[in-house]
Design a protein around this ligand. Structure first.
Ligand code: TTP
Ligand code: MG
Length: 358
């Protein structure tokens, strides 16, 4: 049997802000776009638990967060700082693991099977890792312990915030059973709705479902869902997890057709993307832009360079070429993003690989 930990930092971006601004501690704190007195656009990246009490959460429009708690502290996203903190955290987790797999800026799996004989020892080990992270970085985290990645993740969620939660393999199905089906790892909103309309409200219900029916509806993924609902999951830690892309996106203050504004935004985003490319030590072959119009229609357009590049100019030039070639004239733009992908090598640290919004 393997023993797998999932470490997930608590309210990560906001915890980093509390760390350098102890005066924010315990007060509602929202990290994300500028609320501009309620007319601001863009979204909440995250918020601390004091802000969550007011119903604020990640990905919520910043204007709504402002309505919920006008006198919360609102601070902009500072990726460079969070990434620096993330690197420190990851070094500690790595030093505690036989095998280590970072899955996002604030989350990593650790295989500790060779370090501990049983679950009781694993809990002690997780405690000392948690304390070490706190001592080295000042940041709080939660740790889930189980025998596969899925269950370690589900245990961690249940232990949040600031907790350590063990779910033994033999208790996995029982632990999952009463939870709403939308809480199962990998089940997004659309799947949740489909499962509920099929009559599966809890994970336990899904666990008892006829696999053939699930496969009929979801294809092979239906069988995976059924396994997950029974607490069965993968226990292989993929050490050389590779980032697939690096990107950023931004929402305009007002929907715009102003080319100067759009070009300036594309340049600024491209330069941030380049900073990440440099930090990651990668070369890229593909540049993509994403345009979201005022009516929420959205387009991705890509160019392959035909060679690997690590030049900042290639990001901006190709982003602009794509914009001029594909943007619909006269249609107001709400949000724009730039991404690079098809990497040739990887050195250094990883980060969230998707478009990250603010
Ligand atoms: P999460 O681990 O999902 O959230 P969290 O660490 O803020 O809170 P929790 O205690 O529940 O783990 O995401 C890690 C960071 O990623 C988060 O601090 C900010 C960023 N993020 C976004 O920018 N947008 C999002 O929609 C989400 C979910 C996260
Ligand atoms: Mg987290």
């Amino acid at each position: 049997m393997r023993i797998i930990l999932l470490v997930d930092m608590d309210y990560f971006f906001a915890a980093c802000e509390e760390l350098r601004h102890p005066e924010y501690m315990g007060k509602p704190l929202v990290v994300g776009a500028d609320p501009k007195g309620g007319s601001g656009r863009g979204v909440v990246s995250t918020c601390n638990y004091a802000a969550r009490k007011f119903g604020i959460h990640s990905a919520m429009p910043i204007s709504m967060a402002y309505r919920l708690k006008k006198d919360a502290i609102f601070v902009p996203v500072d990726y460079n700082y969070y990434e620096k903190m993330s690197n420190q955290v990851m070094q500690v987790i790595k030093s505690y693991s036989t095998k280590f797999e970072q899955v996002s800026i604030d989350e990593a799996f650790a295989d500790i099977s060779a370090k501990v004989e049983d679950y009781a020892k694993a809990v002690e080990y997780a405690k000392s890792l948690k304390e070490k992270i706190k001592a080295e970085t000042g940041l709080p985290c939660s740790i889930g312990i189980s025998s596969n990645k899925l269950m370690a993740k589900m245990a961690c969620e249940a232990g949040k915030p600031d907790g350590i939660k063990l779910v033994k393999q033999e208790d996995a199905a029982k632990f999952l059973s009463p939870l709403p089906v939308g809480k199962l790892y990998g089940v997004g909103n659309k799947t949740k709705e489909r499962l509920e309309s099929m009559g599966f409200k809890t994970i336990g219900g899904l666990a008892k479902a006829n696999v053939a029916n699930l496969v009929g509806t979801f294809g092979v993924w239906g069988a995976e869902l059924h396994k997950s609902a029974n607490g069965i999951g993968d226990d292989v830690i993929v050490e050389n997890y590779e980032i697939k892309s690096i990107g950023r996106e931004r929402t305009f203050e007002t929907d715009t057709i102003d080319q100067d504004k759009i070009v300036a935004m594309l340049k600024s985003i491209s330069s941030e993307v380049y900073d990440d490319v440099k930090r990651q030590g990668v070369s890229f072959k593909t540049v993509t832009i994403k345009i979201r119009y005022h009516d929420f229609t959205e387009y991705l357009k890509s160019r392959s360079l035909g060679h690997y590049s690590d030049e900042p100019g290639e990001i901006i030039d190709n982003a602009l070429k794509l914009f001029y070639a594909f943007a619909e004239k006269g249609k107001r733009i709400r949000k724009i993003g730039v991404r690079v992908s098809s990497f040739s090598k990887r050195q250094g640290q990883r980060r969230i690989g998707e478009f990250t919004s603010a």
